[in-house]
Design a protein around this ligand. Structure first.
Ligand code: TV1
Ligand code: CA
Ligand code: ZN
Length: 396
């Protein structure tokens, strides 16, 4: 089933809109869109722009976003400004109904926190990152490209009617719907962000033409968004076309791939997708500021390499990732994997190279292993077995 990629080069297109990198979630917020400018700087400095087509596109439109969201919510996103939010009580109330703006911390710290702040040029930001993912999906549907990349996309938590987890609009749902109306009968969604891909899962719970598979950190009921138990497998006609692979904090390359590879091989076998969407959230890397998984850049990139090995149209999206030098290293490496080009470990001199000082100016940085050995192995084997049983259900 898996095709040897034998160095066969693929046609790759890449979307990067510099306007996105100026977006500011607020001083202390962990989401830093500038990481995508850093990724682009690295991609450029390694000469990768010469090996793929960088395509510039118009932002998405409200009509495009209606594929994933209610009109009421989109109108709010379009009209909401920081000034209106600060000055008008009714606006604050309406925003809160859609989980926008500050809320008291549930942890009881007493301070106001805002996962989804009302920021300057919010609507423009949404249209641009979703526009990239939508154009990427259409580029695959056109047959002109085998791989399409939008590192600004991958905002997997946004719901039909609500913002969630730093995500305002769900560009992934929009892109998958565009693939379905394009020429693809079945689309596989794979999510290697450290968080559960709940927004995408929910959007396609009852859609048999889409299978969603999320690998994520899961420790009982603490880690956001607290969903993604191994027993959650979707509904009715589309039962078992939802898969969840909960992972213990500290899971590193070896353990991760003991699950990822056999599970994905089996998914490919039983679902037989016509196109694949991979959300490459880089918060699953070791040393992330929010999450606690322990992948190396090579281990993370191995997921990309593995899925590239199937000769299927592949959409690569970004997502989380909060240690921004690690994120840029990872997405640059994965861009090279998509192109099929080996790049040296030494980071070339370029405008952002000072960010990589702490990693010795090497792409492949080193982090102390935070995993706790044998304790996890038994639990992991159970998770694998449960997931494989779910896949058996799908095969008959
Ligand atoms: C402002 C300032 C917001 C500092 C949010 C970490 C902050 C977090 C902040 C943060 C933070 C979360 C919750 C809050 C439950 C909520 C892009 C109501 C130091 C895809 C989203 C994680 C992950 C949301 C997004 C999570 C993605 N963690 N500092 N907020 N309470 N929210 O736990 O999957 O990566 O952390
Ligand atoms: Ca995930
Ligand atoms: Zn995440």
């Amino acid at each position: 089933q898996q095709h040897a990629d034998g160095g066969g080069k693929k046609r790759v297109c890449y979307y990067y809109d510099p306007r996105i990198s100026y977006v500011d979630y607020g001083e202390k917020h962990e989401m830093v869109p500038h990481r995508v400018a850093m990724t682009h700087g690295l991609v450029k400095s390694y000469g990768l722009l010469d090996l793929m087509d960088r395509l510039r596109v118009a932002p998405a439109t409200k009509e495009d976003l209606l594929l994933a969201h209610s009109e009421d919510y989109l109108n709010l996103l379009r009209d909401l400004t920081p000034a209106a939010y600060d000055n008008d009580e009714a606006t604050r109330k309406r925003a809160a109904e859609h989980r926008l703006g500050s809320v008291p911390d549930e942890g009881g710290s007493g301070c106001l926190i805002s996962d989804n702040p009302v920021i300057e040029d919010l609507w423009d930001y949404c249209l641009r990152y979703a526009g990239g993912s939508l154009a990427a999906a259409r580029a695959l549907a056109s047959g002109r490209y085998e791989i399409a990349i939008n590192w600004s996309g991958g905002m997997h938590h946004a719901c039909e009617d609500k913002a969630s987890g730093f995500c305002y609009v769900n560009d992934i749902v929009v892109a998958i719907k565009a693939l379905l109306v394009g020429r693809f009968e079945r689309v596989l969604y794979v999510d290697i962000d450290a968080h559960h891909g709940d927004g995408v899962e929910n959007a396609f719970l009852k859609e048999s033409r889409v299978m969603t598979v999320s690998f994520h950190q899961y420790d009982g009921k603490k880690f956001f968004p607290r969903t993604g138990d191994v027993k959650d497998v979707g509904a009715t006609e589309a039962m078992y076309r939802t898969l969840n692979v909960p992972l213990d904090p500290g899971t590193g390359d070896v353990r991760y791939h003991k699950l990822f590879q056999p599970i994905m091989e089996r998914v490919m076998d039983v679902f037989r997708p016509d196109a694949v969407v991979l959300q490459c959230g880089a918060d699953s890397l070791a040393g992330d500021r929010i999450a606690g998984l322990g992948l190396s850049v090579r281990g993370h990139g191995k997921c990309v390499r593995f899925l590239c090995g199937y000769d299927l149209p592949l959409l690569l999206l970004g997502g989380g990732g909060y240690t921004i030098n690690h994120v840029a290293s990872c997405w640059c490496y994965e861009t090279a994997v998509a192109i099929g080009k080996e790049i040296p470990d030494d980071i070339p001199h370029h405008e952002y190279d000072k960010y990589y000082q702490s990693q010795g100016y090497k792409l492949h940085y080193h982090e102390a292993d935070r995993s706790n050995g044998k304790a996890q192995t038994k639990h992991m084997a159970e998770v694998k077995q449960r997931v494989m049983e779910h896949l058996d259900q799908l095969s008959d």
